[in-house]
Design a protein around this ligand. Structure first.
Ligand code: SDX
Length: 431
């Protein structure tokens, strides 16, 4: 950040005037440093949901919501989705640059050779009911990693942070596949070192001991691209959760488990599951007007899942790529999904509707992802699990950046209190 022109923001409260430095990033809005506001003015700022608050300085991901731009370390998401593997994107997010051939080989080998889980962790799964939501299993098992890999929990040791980061990226597909297999009552399938990251995941999910399983390369390519689209997204709710948990010095596995818990919400990563349920409930194109009306009705809590975004007030660039991927997968797998017709028509109607135009509500990444994931063979209960699998590299990259930031301290927001002032205790006979 630079304050090269010594720009300041002026604030007057009553008769007093205050000035606060304004810093510029490389691109995007300037920030007003108000860290001394309370000390100088005895006032807090008030910003529920942090709509106007930058929580940190970051070099990882940049979003321009008005222009529909998403950059990972400066590279446009469309270029990465088209030209890079998910593991190349993981290296980029973690290290700041795309890997050379040698770096790519070393990183792929390191991830491949950390995909197995400690065998004792497998008994953890048996503690869950078979009908447990796979996200409940993910929160539990990922949090438990710190009980098995405590040789990589010292956040002050860069070597331990590196191994924990690689273990998490490597083991999330194995845990996610086991959560799926557990929910369908099939035996766990161990990872294979001769398969690439996405193929290995599909193999662990869909192969069974009773017959050979050959990964469809189009499905693997689509899976890999879906991981890239979901990898990071600056300071979204779950990433902010990971940063806040990490600011206390909690170990990386506990922080990622906290991120998974936050992502689960239907307003966030749970929207892909909620969106497919919504499309299923709508059922046919002729039912769409009723649901559009409900989404606009303030007295009705119904919202169009997969529409709207805190930052994007234009098309979510990921949704565009996701839509293309959906069409390619359905064509390649020769699947006619009526829900795609509903989704395409719903998008067309919504985007012509004054309400959605005025409120700048566009399809987000969750609008088409569910149709693709269903075509790949996943049940809706696994959709957010796949989001968490892909977002782990973003979470852990942001966590590393925070730990290495000399300015970082424990996150501890304040409040405006509107409760009772001090009052005397009342005995029960007086209440
Ligand atoms: C993700 O932050 C990220 O980066 C998240 C994410 C990532 O990669 O990490 O991109 C992933 O979470 C994508 C979003 C997935 N969620 C959904 O699809 C759920 C449906 N969308 C909404 O719940 C909502 O749009 C949010 C939560 C995504 C954003 O909400 P905001 O920014 O708090 O905006 P808002 O709720 O105040 O909406 C602004 C207006 C409101 O109307 P008014 O109060 O101004 O009259 O738009 C309306 C809302 O009622 N609105 C919708 C709507 N979304 C917003 N109306 C109908 N349907 C919708 N989907």
């Amino acid at each position: 950040m630079s304050n090269k022109d010594n720009k300041t923001a002026k604030l007057s409260i009553g008769e007093k005037n205050y000035e606060f430095p304004i810093y510029e990033g490389t691109v995007g809005p300037d920030v007003i440093d108000i860290s001394s506001l309370y000390a100088q003015t005895d006032n807090f700022t008030y910003d529920p949901g942090f709509t106007s608050t930058a929580s940190c300085e970051s070099k990882i991901t940049y979003i321009d919501g008005d222009a529909g731009i998403l950059l990972y370390r400066g590279y446009p998401i469309a270029d990465l989705a088209e030209n890079a593997s998910f593991l190349e994107v993981c290296f980029l997010l973690l290290n700041g640059e795309l890997p050379t051939e040698d770096e790519k080989g070393e990183f792929e080998h390191a991830i491949t050779y950390h995909t197995m889980l400690h065998d004792q962790m497998i008994t953890l799964f048996n503690g869950f009911r078979r009908d447990a939501h796979p996200m409940a299993i993910m929160v539990g098992v990922v949090g438990a990693l710190s009980a098995f890999y405590h040789d990589s929990t010292d956040v002050t040791d860069a070597k331990q942070r590196l191994i924990a980061s690689r273990r998490l990226i490597a083991k999330m597909p194995t845990i996610a596949a086991m959560a799926y297999k557990y929910s369908v009552g099939q035996p766990f399938v161990q990872p294979r070192n001769d398969l690439d990251y996405a193929s290995n995941f599909l193999h662990m999910c869909f192969s069974v001991p009773s017959e050979d399983y050959v990964v469809n390369p189009i499905a693997a390519e689509a899976m890999d691209r879906i991981f890239t689209l979901h990898a990071d997204h600056e300071q979204n709710a779950s990433t902010s959760t990971v940063r806040l948990a990490g600011s206390s010095g909690a170990n990386p596995f506990a922080c990622i488990a906290a991120g998974i818990a936050c992502l689960w919400g239907p307003a966030h990563g749970g929207a892909n599951e909620a969106c497919l349920k919504m499309l299923t409930e709508i059922g046919t194109v002729d039912q769409i007007p009723e649901y559009i009306a409900r989404a606009k009705d303030k007295s009705d809590p119904f919202r169009l899942m997969g529409f709207g975004h805190r930052v994007y007030k234009n098309f979510d660039p990921r949704a565009t790529i996701m839509q293309e991927t959906t069409h390619a997968v359905l064509k390649e797998l020769n699947i006619e999904d009526p829900l795609l017709d509903v989704a395409v028509e719903l998008e067309r109607i919504a985007r012509e509707d004054e309400y959605f135009i005025e409120k700048k509500l566009y399809p987000n990444i969750d609008f088409y992802s569910g149709i693709t994931l269903r075509a790949l063979g996943f049940p809706t209960s696994m959709f957010t699990v796949l989001f968490a699998l892909a977002r782990t590299v973003g979470w852990i990259s942001q966590w590393n950046e925070m730990i290495e930031d000399p300015k970082q301290k424990i996150g501890r927001p304040r409040q405006t209190y509107t409760g009772h002032t001090e009052r005397p205790f009342k005995n029960i006979s007086e209440r």
